[in-house]
Ligand binder design. Structure first.
Ligand SMILES: [Zn+2]
Length: 173
């Protein structure tokens, strides 16, 4: 099935939701959790805090830009760590066949392949607030997931961060 790229999770049909939900099981969604329940809950939390997906995504991108692969750096507010790994971190909205084609033809520079890849960011960031000690880790794909798909879940279950805490660390609320 072709999944729609750059579409909010709230605009999917039932079949698409169920497909994305199964892909999200390895990306922070618990075995017994419903993707839509989690996304609804996070949306309500952001609404209560009067913070938009766009604000969260932009702030994370700001932090990403300050991070540096070669060293841990800090400014007056945060400490930034960045990790890049060899491999892939595809957006779950990417078309499955396209992902296979991409992986098989990555080194083929003739570049005549049509790829329906929604996002691929094999990077990871750890940000620490220096005044409170609050730390959170997220993949480079998270700003895209938040902005384009209204999803605040990240690659690993232990990376999931409650939006209330996230907004506090990012000083958005
Ligand atoms: Zn995507």
């Amino acid at each position: 099935m072709i999944t729609p790229v750059n579409k909010s999770v709230f605009d999917l049909n039932k079949e698409q939701i169920s497909e994305i939900e199964s892909r999200m099981r390895s990306r922070g969604l618990g075995e017994d959790e419903s993707l839509m329940e989690v996304c609804e809950r996070d949306r309500e939390t952001l609404q209560e805090l009067k913070v938009t997906y766009e604000q969260v995504a932009s702030k994370l991108e700001e932090l990403i830009k300050k991070s540096n692969l070669s060293e841990t750096i800090s400014d007056e507010k945060y400490e930034y760590k960045m990790t890049a790994y060899f491999g892939y971190n595809f957006c779950p909205f990417s078309d499955r066949e396209s992902v296979k084609t991409y992986v098989n033809h990555r080194w083929d520079y003739s570049d005549d392949h049509e790829w329906d890849i929604c996002g691929n960011e094999p990077t990871r960031y750890t940000i620490k607030r220096l005044d409170t000690g609050d730390t959170f880790t997220f993949s480079g794909l998270l700003p895209h997931l938040i902005r384009d798909h209204s999803i605040l879940l990240d690659r690993k279950p232990d990376h999931y961060i409650d939006p209330t805490k996230l907004v506090r660390i990012l000083e958005l609320g």
